[in-house]
Structures are given as structure tokens and as C-alpha cells.
Design a protein around this ligand. Structure first.
Ligand SMILES: NC(=O)c1ccc[n+]([C@@H]2O[C@H](COP(=O)([O-])OP(=O)(O)OC[C@H]3O[C@@H](n4cnc5c(N)ncnc54)[C@H](OP(=O)(O)O)[C@@H]3O)[C@@H](O)[C@H]2O)c1
Length: 329
């Protein structure tokens, strides 16, 4: 038997989440069983703990889109008993049972060996949000971003993706401008390395002019919607925006003018289906370029029974930084 956060549908079709003891025979098919040590809370987890957001395929469901732990059994030659592993993406925690449990059974193809220099807890302090932030930074670099080109904007900066992006970019020597709707997070964001704080309302609405002053050399955008549209018109010539999230909306009320007159690039970032080689590259960069003291400064700890409340909080934009879930606590 092991403990898991199980989401069930009641007779009225409403989802109800609670911690249960369940048998190992209920684990789904897969060729590696992992003793989970830590999981975390991402925006998608908020959806999967709660109403599902169209992501969850079947109930009862165990959410948790990422986890880190130790291989307990393996039918795959790439992983042996005792190996430390990390998992993000592949629709684990959505279409498949996820990391909010003391055990998970998955395909070996979905796992990545825990990189040297990171503990299982560190890996989940990073989690899907931080892994995606690193993918975004790598995409900006692949399109020419380097320190000295000008300030890099991070939207939704006090959230998970934004906090990790801020810390990585600052550590790489970039000037970071952090957009937040929570002025009380200013000290937190400056401690992570932001040198400029931009109020959400300053940049959160579209304007008639398709181009404004060339301001940002790059952008990691966790917000989407009107803010992304506005940012496109403020990019420096040839600058790139890595579109990561939609915390502010999925619609993009923009014109193509920034692409045509300033050669601006809009780079799509998907963390879920990333090939193995790029996952390894991103985790290695995280181990190298994200200072552990900055990572620790953005983390709060939680247990399985805290998750229903935390799921609601993240959907309301109320989580600061990253939450690490100790599934054995
Ligand atoms: N592409 C991918 O593979 C991928 C992977 C991970 C996450 N994501 C997406 O990235 C986004 C951020 O994820 P996360 O885990 O970092 O979530 P999060 O911790 O909740 O961060 C989102 C942040 O966005 C800001 N925000 C929230 N509502 C807003 C609104 N209405 N208008 C403007 N800003 C708003 C808030 O920051 P402030 O309080 O600082 O303003 C909030 O903390 C989500 O949409 C998520 O689905 C995508």
C-alpha cells in the first residue's frame, strides 16, 4: 500500500481530491516503478487537482505533472534499481497517473537521470516550471540573445516559470526587468536578480500603435494575451520572445507589424514533448546556471494533504515562486 492524492468525480460530476492509501496493483502499466520523493505544484496541476481543464482522461486520477525519486523496479536496461530520476511532461499527471503519490509507474522513455549536482528536492524546486524557463532561455540564446544586448523582460515574474527565468537570466549576466501584478514581491524579485520592476498594469493592455520604443532585447513570457501582444511592439530590432504560458489569456490581440518591420521572433516553448537530448541539455544547464541559493529562496514546502488548497491558489495566481511537495511527509 502507498499514499496518493486521488481525484474522484462525485455523483454530480464534481471533482473531489483527497489523500488515500492505495494498492500497488492499481498503478498503471509501465516498465519502471519509481519510489517518488518529491513532486511540485505547477499551473497545470491546479487544473488537474480541481476541475480537470479538459486535461484529465479518466477518474479516479492521481495528478502531479512532475516528480523526482529513486528507481524501485525496472524492466529497461537504461535504468537500474537505486538510480535517481526526474520526470516532467509526457502528459504524466494528466492522461497518466502522476507524481502526487509515494509510487509512480511510467515508461522509461519519459525519465531523465537526475543531473549531477542536483538532489531530488532541488529538481522539484525547479520542476516543470523551472525546466520550461530554462528551455525558454536556451531558445532565446539560440536566436542570438547574449548579455549586453539590453534588458530581458520576464512576465508573470513572481510565479514559478518567472522566478526561475529571472534567477537564471540574472546569473548569466543579463539585466532583468520583472513584470508583476504583486508589488509586494519587489524585494523577492530583486533578490532573485531583477534590476527593474514593471507593474502589470503598465504593460497589461494593448495600445493602438503597433510599435513602441525599442526596449527589450528578449522576453520570457508566462502570461500571453494582451501583455504578449504589447511586448511584441516593444522589442528591440531582431529580438525574440519565448512564449511559455497563458496565465493572462490565450488570445493574442497583436498585429504582424513587429515581425515585418523589426524582425521580431516569437518562439513557441513546449516542455511536454521535448526530445530526450534536449531535456538532458536543459537539466545540465539548470545544474550549471541556476544558483542553488536563489533556488532555495523561491521554495516553500508542502505535503500531499496541502495540495487541494495549493491547486486553488495557483489557479488564482497566488503562489509565489515554487512549492516542493514531500510526498512521504
Ligand atoms: N509551455 C509549457 O510547456 C509550459 C510549461 C510550464 C508552464 N506553462 C505555463 O506557464 C504559465 C505559468 O506557469 P507557472 O507554473 O509559473 O504558474 P504560476 O506560478 O501561477 O505563475 C503565473 C504568474 O503569472 C502572473 N499572472 C497570473 N494571472 C495573471 C493575469 N491575469 N494577468 C497577468 N499576469 C498574471 C502571476 O505573476 P505576478 O503575480 O508576478 O504578476 C502569476 O504568479 C502557465 O500558463 C502555465 O500553464 C507552460
Amino acid at each position: 500500500m502507498f499514499r496518493a492524492l486521488v481525484v474522484e468525480k462525485d455523483d454530480a460530476g464534481k471533482t473531489v481530491a483527497g489523500v488515500q492509501e492505495i494498492g500497488e496493483d492499481r498503478l498503471p502499466d509501465g516498465n519502471v516503478t519509481v519510489a517518488v520523493e518529491y513532486s511540485t505544484v505547477n499551473y497545470k496541476d491546479g487544473l488537474c487537482i480541481g476541475p480537470g481543464g479538459g486535461l484529465v482522461r479518466n477518474y479516479p486520477h492521481v495528478p502531479g505533472i512532475d516528480f523526482a525519486g529513486t528507481v524501485e523496479t525496472s524492466d529497461d536496461p537504461r535504468y537500474g534499481v537505486g538510480d535517481k530520476v526526474v520526470l516532467t511532461g509526457w502528459r504524466v499527471g494528466e492522461a497518466h497517473w502522476g507524481g502526487y503519490a509515494q509510487k509512480a509507474r511510467v515508461k522509461a522513455d519519459w525519465l531523465v537521470p537526475l543531473p549531477d549536482g542536483l538532489s531530488a528536492r532541488d529538481a522539484m524546486a525547479v520542476g516543470t516550471a523551472g525546466f520550461t524557463a530554462m528551455l525558454a532561455v536556451m531558445a532565446l540564446e539560440d536566436h542570438g540573445l547574449e548579455p549586453g544586448r539590453g534588458p530581458v523582460l520576464v512576465t508573470g515574474a513572481a510565479g514559478g516559470v518567472g522566478s526561475v527565468a529571472t534567477a537564471i537570466l540574472a546569473n548569466l549576466g543579463h539585466e532583468v526587468a520583472a513584470v508583476t501584478g504583486r508589488p509586494e514581491t519587489e524585494t523577492y524579485l530583486r533578490d532573485l536578480g531583477a534590476t527593474q520592476i514593471v507593474a502589470r498594469e503598465e504593460i497589461g493592455e494593448t495600445v493602438k500603435r503597433p510599435l513602441e520604443a525599442e526596449t527589450w532585447a528578449g522576453c520570457v513570457d508566462a502570461v500571453g494575451g494582451a501583455m504578449l501582444a504589447r511586448v511584441l511592439g516593444q522589442m528591440k530590432y531582431g529580438g525574440s520572445v519565448a512564449a511559455v504560458g497563458l496565465a493572462g489569456g490565450a488570445a493574442l490581440p497583436a498585429t504582424v507589424i513587429p515581425f515585418l518591420l523589426r524582425g521580431v521572433n516569437l518562439l513557441g516553448i513546449d516542455s511536454v514533448m521535448q526530445p530526450f537530448e534536449n531535456r538532458q541539455r536543459a537539466w545540465a544547464r539548470i545544474a550549471k546556471d541556476l544558483p542553488l541559493d536563489k533556488l532555495n529562496a523561491m521554495v516553500t514546502s508542502a505535503t500531499l494533504s496541502d495540495l487541494p488548497g495549493l491547486g486553488r491558489d495557483i489557479l488564482n495566481g497566488q503562489i509565489k515562486g515554487r512549492v516542493v511537495v514531500d510526498v512521504n511527509a
